[in-house]
Design a binder for this molecule. Structure first.
Ligand SMILES: [Zn+2]
Ligand SMILES: [Zn+2]
Length: 221
C-alpha cells in the first residue's frame, strides 16, 4: 500500500493506493491544477481515484472537492451532519478552544472568504462505520465528531489513521502534536481519539502537520 501526501494550501491531503485509489480531503478552493500536476508527478492518473473522503466540512478540506470530482469522476463521501457545507456552500465558522485557537479562528474568518463550489455528496455517512473494501482499500471510515459534529476519520487495517482536524501537529497550531485547537464539541475530540486508539490506531495523519505516533497524543486524552 502506498500513501502519498498532497499538500494543497494549508492542508495536507492524502492519496492511498492499494488495489484501488482514494483521496482524503480536497484542500481549499482553486487548487485543482496544483492537485492534478502533483498527482501526475506521482505517476498516478487522476481518473484512478474512485473515492474522495472529506473528513469534515471546513473550506480548507472541501474547497476543491467539486473540481476534483469533475476531473476524476470519483464519488464523494461525507458525513450527513457536515454535507451541507459542500452541497449548499455553507462556510461554517470555527470555534477556538483556547486563546490561541480563538485568535486563529478570528484570522481564519477573514481569509476564508472564497466561495465553496457546490456538488452533491454521493455517499452520505452516518454513525455506522463504512468499509473501504469495495474501493480496494483495507480500512474503514469511522464517525469521529468533536472538531465538527460531522467529522470522520479513515482507519486503515495497518493502524494508520487519517483524522482531518481531530489532531494537529506543528506551527501555527502547535509546536508539536496536539488535539485540535478548534472544536464544536471539545469533549467529543478526546472521546473520538480514544475510539481510534481502541480500534487499533498507531500512527496519526493529521490534516495540518506531519504524521505522529499515537503515544504522543495518548497522554492528552
Ligand atoms: Zn477543520
Ligand atoms: Zn483544517
Amino acid at each position: 500500500m502506498n500513501i502519498y501526501v498532497v499538500p494543497m494550501g494549508i492542508t495536507r491531503c492524502y492519496i492511498i493506493q492499494n488495489k484501488g485509489t482514494i483521496l482524503i480531503d480536497s484542500g481549499p478552493p482553486n487548487q485543482l491544477h496544483k492537485f492534478t500536476s502533483r498527482v501526475r508527478e506521482m505517476g498516478i492518473d487522476p481518473k484512478e481515484i474512485k473515492l474522495i473522503i472529506n473528513t469534515h466540512g471546513h473550506f480548507d478540506h472541501i474547497g476543491s472537492a467539486t473540481d476534483i470530482k469533475h476531473t476524476t469522476g470519483a464519488q464523494i463521501a461525507m458525513h450527513e451532519l457536515d454535507k451541507e457545507c459542500l452541497e449548499d456552500s455553507v462556510n461554517r465558522a470555527i470555534t477556538g478552544v483556547n486563546t490561541w485557537g480563538r485568535i486563529l479562528a478570528w484570522l481564519s474568518a477573514r481569509i476564508s472568504l472564497s466561495q465553496i463550489p457546490t456538488t452533491k455528496v454521493d455517499i452520505v455517512l452516518g454513525d455506522d462505520e463504512f468499509s473501504l473494501t469495495p474501493f480496494g482499500i483495507s480500512g474503514r471510515i469511522l464517525h469521529t465528531p468533536g472538531h465538527t459534529m460531522g467529522s470522520v476519520s479513515v482507519l486503515l487495517d495497518t493502524g494508520y489513521a487519517f483524522v482531518g482536524d481531530l489532531a494537529m501537529n506543528g506551527f501555527p497550531f502547535h509546536f508539536g502534536p496536539g488535539l485540535s485547537l478548534f472544536a464544536e464539541a471539545p469533549e467529543l475530540v478526546r472521546k473520538s481519539l480514544r475510539l481510534l486508539l481502541d480500534q487499533g490506531a498507531r500512527v496519526i495523519y493529521p490534516g495540518h502537520g506531519k504524521p505522529c505516533q499515537v503515544d504522543t497524543l495518548r497522554r492528552l486524552i
